[in-house]
Design a protein around this ligand. Structure first.
Ligand code: TNX
Length: 513
């Protein structure tokens, strides 16, 4: 296509953006083709006066836009009289934008993002970023026009919880790798990062009252095939929590129990019923380990871990796992959970558990996370009927560690192959019998690490499926449309390339170029 008024040296011209070309799809879009805005070397970023949050978000936006534009984009307090620019304002947003939404107005004279909260402002900034041409993601100056399509977006999420999970236990992923993932999550309006911090193959978080847990249970040689050693110190964890919070992402820590506990039981003999430490394991079998249900030291251990984890976690949730406890009898499982759930409340947190936790009739504020592959689960339906909110992660739709197809080099396939379209074509509010829209807390995309080593591996499994799940969590049901989604997704490809994010070139998507 021909763009007039461009310098002859303009870089590659990609198709003009439409106001609706955003993932996740915005709730309300009203395009006005006569109102396009163009960034110039004189554009200012103007933020809500006296708001530290707005200023920080302004600098985040400036840092995002400077490398490719080469423009200075100063961040200044918004005043009455001003030149064209991008304004980030708190307050006076449409009430339906709630606590995470925003309203974005694009006119020739400027872009204005209004939100009732900093989280909403940040979400609006992610939308603005996607509305600019893909070249905006380049790390060097691109000589071209930087046009934002005109009109108005009013946007807000369908579900309050939109999550991604990383398994640090099977292979440890470093804080820098986790941060790189967080940066990507933020762009798709994911607002929770669930960290699976312990499992049979590794213990990945420092616990002071059990000082050998992490250095030994997470030391060199731990992890699948002995290749995933490492753990987070408390300082690492606290820094990660802060980094995520600056991107409006809440960390949800998980200690998996009473099964998936071989690593802890290999370090501390007293956690075993016979008082003998089990050997460390580096294979990928599941369901063989169990804490000793009848021993008091088990509950001392669990309380110490929960207390320390709660103290370093500002977010409201703490995940206690509870899946695949095949080496624990049903009776013991109930005994264990009925002692441990109150401990989570005691330290001020709301428990999450994999859906097996629903078997013990937990309090309604406990959140079962559904990971089954069918559309029926009586225990979860009963929990919903008692008032529980359910987190939806059906393994045959939402598991990012499932292979795309038979040729995918990484991943597992026990829940089937999951191509992009499979990840997209389901309705979280109408997936499980007896669990309707109002019983759904949100959607989470778990990524288990049995086969993953590097950040490249993580990215290859997450992209392009993660944006599909992000859209199911954020966008209104009425926007759901594979044709539209697959086109919008195609346009993310060049952005990932420019950001050096690895992704699977799904044959279902017409990637440009
Ligand atoms: C099942 S999902 C598990 C994990 C594995 C995963 C691999 C769940 C709650 N438990 O222990 O890592 O499958 O896909």
């Amino acid at each position: 296509m021909l763009l007039t008024g461009l310098p002859a040296t303009a870089g590659p011209v990609t198709a003009a953006r439409q106001l609706s070309d955003v993932i996740p799809a915005p709730a309300e879009v009203k395009a006005n083709p006569k109102a396009d805005f163009r960034l110039t070397p004189f554009t200012q970023i103007r933020t809500q006066p006296h708001s530290k949050d707005a200023t920080r978000i302004g600098h985040y936006l400036a840092r995002t836009l400077r490398p490719a534009t080469g423009y200075p984009l100063p961040v200044v307090p918004a005043r009455r009289q001003h030149l064209p620019g991008i304004s980030l304002l708190l307050g006076k947003a449409a009430p339906r934008t709630g606590t995470e939404g925003y309203q974005l107005d694009v006119a020739r004279s400027g872009v204005t993002i209004r939100a009732n909260t900093p989280a909403g402002l940040f979400a609006g900034v992610q939308t603005l970023r996607q509305l600019l041409p893909a070249d905006i993601e380049a790390d060097r100056v691109q000589r071209r026009a930087w046009t934002v399509p005109g009109g108005r977006i009013v946007d807000y999420p369908r579900f309050g919880y939109r999550g991604a999970m990383l398994d640090l236990a099977r292979h440890f992923h470093t804080p820098d790798e986790i941060k790189a993932y967080v940066d990507e999550l933020a762009q798709y309006k994911i607002n929770h990062l669930h960290l699976h911090l312990s499992d049979d193959q590794g213990w990945r978080i420092q616990i002071d009252s059990w000082p050998r847990l992490a250095p030994e249970g997470g030391g060199p040689g731990t992890g699948v095939d002995g290749e995933g050693g490492g753990y987070l110190t408390k300082a690492d964890y606290t820094d990660l929590v802060r980094y995520a919070a600056e991107r409006y992402i809440t960390v949800v820590p998980e200690i998996d129990m009473p099964g998936h506990t071989n690593a802890a039981q290999s370090v501390y003999a007293e956690l075993n019923c016979d008082g003998v430490a089990v050997p460390p394991r580096t294979d990928i079998e599941v369901g063989y380990s169990s804490l000793c249900i009848d021993s008091e030291i088990t509950y001392t251990f669990v309380e110490d871990v929960i207390r320390e984890l709660a103290a370093m976690t500002p977010g409201p949730y703490l995940h206690i796992g509870g899946d695949e406890a095949h080496a624990t009898t049903d009776e013991d499982y109930a005994t264990f959970m009925n002692r441990v759930l109150p401990l989570v409340y005691k330290y001020g947190k709301r428990p999450f558990g994999w859906n097996e936790v629903a078997k013990v009739d937990p309090p309604a504020s406990t959140v079962p996370q559904y990971w089954g592959t069918t559309t029926q689960n009586a225990d979860v339906a009963e929990a919903a009927a008692r008032g529980s909110k359910i987190l939806m992660s059906p393994a045959n739709k939402a598991y990012l560690d499932m292979k795309y197809d038979a040729n995918t080099p990484l991943g597992l396939q026990w829940a089937g192959f999951i191509e992009v379209r499979d990840a997209y074509e389901w309705d979280p509010g109408n997936h499980l019998d007896g669990v309707g829209e109002e019983s759904v807390l949100g959607v989470e995309a778990p990524l288990w690490s049995e086969t993953l080593r590097t950040l490249d591996d993580i990215e290859f499994m997450a992209f392009p499926r993660l944006p599909a799940l992000a859209e199911l969590g954020w966008s209104p049901r009425a926007t759901h449309d594979w044709g539209s989604f697959s086109q919008r997704l195609a346009e993310q490809g060049p952005r990932w390339q420019l950001r050096e994010v690895n992704f699977y070139r799904s044959p279902q998507i017409a990637w440009p170029g």
